[in-house]
Design a protein around this ligand. Sequence first.
Ligand code: FEO
Length: 405
Amino acid sequence: MKAVEIKPGIYWVGAIDWAVRDFHGYVTPDGTTYNNYLILDKQITLVDTVKHDFAQVTIDNIKSLTDPSKIVNLVINHIEPDHASSIDRIMSLIPGATIYISEKGKKGLDRYFDTSKWKFTIVKTGDTLNTGKYNLLFLETPMLHWPDSMMTYLKELKLLISQDAFGQHIATSSRFDDEFVECASRAELEDSVIDYYANILMPFGQLIRNKISEIEKLGIEIDMIAPDHGVIWRKEPGSIIQKYLDMANGKASLGVTIVYDTMWHSTEQMTLPIMHGIKDEGVDCKVIKLRSTPTSFVIKEFWKSRGCLIGSPTLNNILFPSIYEFLSHLRGLRPQNRIIGAFGSYGWGGGAVKEAYEEFKRMKLEIFEPGIQVVYKPTFEEEKKCYEFGRLFSKKVKEYHKKFI
Ligand code: FEO
């Protein structure tokens, strides 16, 4: 591993986690990176740390540039343990350094560590730190992604160190967007951005819009965005800001994701005619069996499509457990600007489809009613009804989609 200069005197000193596949329940098939940045100026300043397992990696990266004991400032943009759990290791090397952090960040850090001997400067939006050649401007970004979150902007370099925002979970030897696109593909990068946004930032669309507008009003010009995960936006920083605005404003593709589970293949059997009905109305459709698929992947596919259909068998008069778990996970992400409906099968009393709609009503989603359900197993005639259900849903999706064009 080695440090990488991203701007004159500014170095990436982070770590690549090639192995992580479960990021607090979020599946990361491509791993991730924990990015942090060293400012080699008159006052040597470290912005963020890394996950504790990688403390030695970042220390070695810093050592390749300077004696770590020379660091006088530590900026903590975000206290979540993937970025801050090695602070104690770092502070053991620089006990006299000052930590620059938001008020909520300090309160959170007090819960994770014994901070009694550490020096703090609490900062808020507009506060600055001069390190010599460079001036750092702090911007609080509460709830992007935790209440403590903030960003650090280096005015002279037009560099925004954005912590979680604009990140991606990709372990890669490419440090920059253009390098990654050249070695992998733009589509892969875009998919990672959507995956990250859908699973982490979906609830915060309004906050994202407000924060981007605040940054514009402050007249902050951005030449590079350096997030705490994934690649650094060197070539197209404007494109990732626009992508975030688009997602926050409800942009999605004209498509439908069918998410289903099944006990004896009856609900599964319904998906095929429904899918044909959707497709015959000119709308693309993806079918996902929930129990065979990681939830974070399903969340991404949900977020990419304008419409979603949930298929569930009835078990003991209620939703099938995997479907219930998925819907409660989805509700926590506070999805908006999507249309949703339900279908399913049952043996005697029914209940899954009704309960699915009750769950939908707890969310701010456009609801397509009524759902469709069959007893035991769909007959040939009922499969035709499923097809018509798919066509009708598809028409509604197209109509609803027009609101966002
Ligand atoms: Fe990457 Fe909110 O931590």
